[in-house]
Design a binder for this molecule. Sequence first.
Ligand SMILES: *Cc1c(COP(=O)(O)O)cnc(C)c1O
Length: 782
Amino acid sequence: MDNLNGRISAWALTTFGKDFADCNAKEKYIALSKALMQDIVPRWQATEEKFEGRKRASYLSAEYLMGRALGNNLINLGQRQEVAEQLSAMGVDLNTVEQAEPDAGLGNGGLGRLAACFLDSAATHGYPLNGYGIRYEFGIFKQRFVEGFQVEEADNWLEYGDPWSIRRADEAVKISFADGDVTAIPYDTPIVGYGGETVNTLRLWKAEPLEPFDFEQFNLQNYDRAVKAKNNAETITKVLYPNDSNEKGKLLRLKQQYFFVSASLQDLLAKHKAAYGDFSRFAELNAIQLNDTHPAVAIPEMMRLLTSNEGLTWKEAWGLVTKTFAYTNHTILAEALETWDIKLYKKLLPAVYGVILKINEQLLRELKTMGVPLADVPKYEIIHDKRIRMAFLSIYGTFSTNGVAQLHTGLLINSELKDWYALYPERFNNKTNGITQRRWLLKANPELSAFITELLGSDRWITHLDELRKLEAYAEDPAVLERFLEIKQQKKYQLAAHIMEREGIEIDPHSIYDIQIKRLHEYKRQLMNAFQILDLYYRLKKDKNFKIVPRTFIFGAKAAPGYVRAKGIIKFIQEIKELVNGDPDMAGKLKVVFVENYDVSYGELLFPAADLSEQISTAGKEASGTGNMKFMLNGAPTIGTYDGANIEIVEEAGEENNFIFGLRVEEIEQIKATYKPSAEFRKAKGLKKVVDSLVDGTFSDGGTGMFKELHDALLLGADWHAPDVFMILKDFAAYREAQQKVNDAYLDRMAWAKKCWMNIAGAGKFSSDRTIKQYCEDIWKC
Ligand SMILES: *Cc1c(COP(=O)(O)O)cnc(C)c1O
């Protein structure tokens, strides 16, 4: 960076009123980032010019799980090395400065992280893709553990300001709700592609009142009333909803959805109109992707804007909408398919509700024309049982519906959405998810990255991940495998140091790091992992001759604050942790860690250090998974089920290089009607004892009744579900056996290294560069 010293000094002086040398790490981070923005903004402007007149895609997403930006931007600009050296000459450590940046945690998990990876890939490959979303003042909560229970704290990520975003008050738009109007203010963040040639935009909207405060009320000394409108408006973008937060706050959630969707559409329409005068070319120049159904209100809102504000006929507007919008489905969990009570819509968005009614009527007419029997019509109704089915609205109002892995898309077509598939088969397609190798290998694992570049004689893999296939040539090369193992060991030392510092737990860097990191959910089956660990503990206690390779089980997971059962599972794992780690007999054998506040930055340390990737969801429940891809790319074999992208992962890396077990989707379908969980106890060794531990006094849930509830959910069910719906007891024996195979396979060092290596060599398909290219070529045509 030219004149780094002068630039950061100027930023430190004018922002913090002191010399750079006197700034704390957070202030240094801001000053350095601002200095970097001086390089980024001109490139940003040039990109805007470059894309003028070209078709562009807009990604509408309620979540963006971005993580930190500084290190990533330095890498993508090709300046990290140079800046590190320049800072070092000033006695400043770049790593320390980078770590002072708070994670931008504007998402819950995989869905939000996917959006972030997509933005990186599009900018890297020069695609005009801009993101639209919400500028939550508080992102995903910070997790702490108090006596093994999860406690949530506000994530004040903007405390020191955000050096990356630019407030553009001149492009504010008005959003109208039945209970009043608010202003949407855009904040633009540059998305720097690798190589720095394309800089796209993430535009996040903040809600503000039309007037900052009510002067009249203030003069009357009604101070509360004077700022009431401000508070009401700002509440809209105050905080990210953790998923599974049930009924309460639903109205606010609907406000959030409509707020960012309407703002984004008004923005797109106004810019198009300014450039072209009318909307005849809008669909030719715009594609809009709906990331799940959270932004599905875009369909009726666009109809409303075009017909009421712009004077288009219904038919013209519908033609435009269905040529512009495309929809990505992320789940087939029935409880996760979004529906809205019509009462909420009528109350908050009456005009939009009117449009939805008309869309539904049009659908019913179309069904009739297509010859759909009257008896089948209810299967399609967008408004059904006084609720709006957002997935149906999304399929009907778009030209493309995609699933996120082959298995998932297959299930959509053949079961969950088969009626819709029968109607519009040409709309359905698959886009298997991916991850950006810039963050998840180049940034997170510079040691392995350098080795790969050395072997391939080129760093082309950074933008063309298929190059990794050439690494297969070294799969039997002892020198290469030794080097790989050395690097893995290095990453394991680094993680051990971090865990010591953050969690206060000493782990054995030569043990197997067996890692399960993902949102806490019953279908992801962290509980099955916990049972398996406890079973291993009992076996080790009972039989002094039972030998295992030392193992460190590492968990990282946030539970939605209202998801009581998920919180019970966290507490159960914490109790197992206390038992195992506190037992001197387990020294050198077993250790359990539950890292606090798993987020993107923690992930950057965990994925590269893993020896084993836990992907053990009930078959058919995990749409794709992307954590599985991050482990694979860093050379960790998967222990997992035939679910989501796991299937494609073993297709690429070889089933013999992974540990696949358990029931398949078809088998679950066959047995589920007659399944009796208690019968499993007689068959599966060790199972009864670990399940009983929930209720026999082995552990304490602090008198909350959580453990009894978990126990009963497995054996008796609950009023909303059958016993053990996620087949934990059914898959336990197969999982235990697969874990034994892992243990045995690890004993052969070179054979193990080969498995790891084959996973790296097969990871090319799972670059989000590939995914985004498919979206561009098959859906957006941009
Ligand atoms: C990748 C990622 C996820 C998604 O993990 P899955 O195992 O696919 O559910 C969730 N959270 C963070 C922080 C991630 O980086």
